[in-house]
Design a protein around this ligand. Structure first.
Ligand code: PMP
Length: 281
């Protein structure tokens, strides 16, 4: 009867920890927990634990598990009551988290094959798209399943205006000449933390980033396309809707961002050390 199970009255985060030399490097832990707190606020699910307390619980979880490889941490907040009225008041939100060992979510050895899904991304006037509300992931699951059944790795979802919103659970970037283009947040994509990492790396490389509405047909003629996400990391795209993207190889600009990202999250790029919460395991 748990309310969260019946009505998806929950929100969550996904945090990666990269293992290197006896240490787990949790990537942007504070930013993830701040985003969870924002989800809690928007969804009227505020838990007593502060961002700092949630971070301490996660660090403790990692220490107790002593992982010896990369991990994925799933912190979440859920309505814990056995109650059948779909509502957000007079309920008890609780915070919990678990972790498991995780390698690559998408196959990183090749480019992704994507399709534009027939499922549109929910609009912020139907479900708050600035949250990681569990309910929104039925939308993502439908898009991902349609892609899978059509022999693709993942889906690109358009918003209700027909503009590109994001991937099923990742953000999207287009390379156009020496510039990067990515949908602005009013297109109903999530503000991805990996998206912000990619933007920071690109700016540091002197690359111009344009955040604006993106048309479907722009995808096909981009010089390169890549996805970003905690699970997906930085994944380059080979084909969209049966059309080869650019040369059909990883674009050098995407390759550069990907390499710097991996160096940063494994603690090998001093410049981005402040992204990491380091736990001895
Ligand atoms: N969009 C959606 C819908 C997602 O679920 C995710 C994964 N959290 C992302 C984008 C990428 O966000 P992040 O880089 O914070 O993982």
């Amino acid at each position: 009867m748990t309310h969260a199970l019946q009505y998806a009255t929950a929100c969550f985060e996904g945090v990666r920890g990269y293992y290197q030399d006896g240490k787990i490097h949790l990537v942007k832990l504070r930013e993830h927990q701040e985003r969870l707190k924002n989800s809690e606020k928007i969804l009227k699910m505020e838990t007593p634990e502060s961002v700092d307390q949630q971070m301490e619980i996660i660090v403790d979880l990692v220490k107790r598990n002593q992982p010896k490889s990369g991990i994925y941490v799933r912190p979440f907040t859920y309505m814990s009551d056995e109650q059948i009225v779909p509502r957000l008041y007079d309920l008890t939100p609780k915070f919990a988290c678990y972790m498991f060992e995780m390698g690559d979510y998408l196959d990183m050895s090749r480019g992704m094959t994507l399709m534009v899904s027939s499922w549109r991304k929910v609009s912020d006037d139907a479900m708050p798209t600035h949250t990681k509300a569990s309910a929104i992931y039925l939308n993502a699951a439908l898009a991902k399943t349609e892609a899978h059944e059509n022999g693709c790795d993942d889906a690109i979802v358009l918003n209700s205006n027909g503009k590109v919103a994001e991937g099923s659970a990742n953000n999207i970037f287009l390379v156009s000449g020496e510039k990067l283009i990515t949908p602005d947040l009013s297109q109903n994509g999530l503000q991805g933390i990996t998206r912000l990492c990619a933007i920071e790396i690109a700016r540091d490389l002197g690359i111009e980033i344009i955040e604006r509405g993106v048309d479907r047909s722009e995808l096909y003629i981009a010089d390169g396309v890549f996805l970003t996400g905690t699970a997906a990391q930085v994944a380059w795209v080979e084909k969209i809707d049966g059309r080869l993207i650019g040369s059909g190889q990883i674009h050098p600009l995407a390759a550069k961002i990907k390499d710097i990202y991996f160096a940063a999250v494994t603690g090998q790029e001093k410049k981005y050390q402040n992204w990491l919460t380091i736990v001895d395991v």
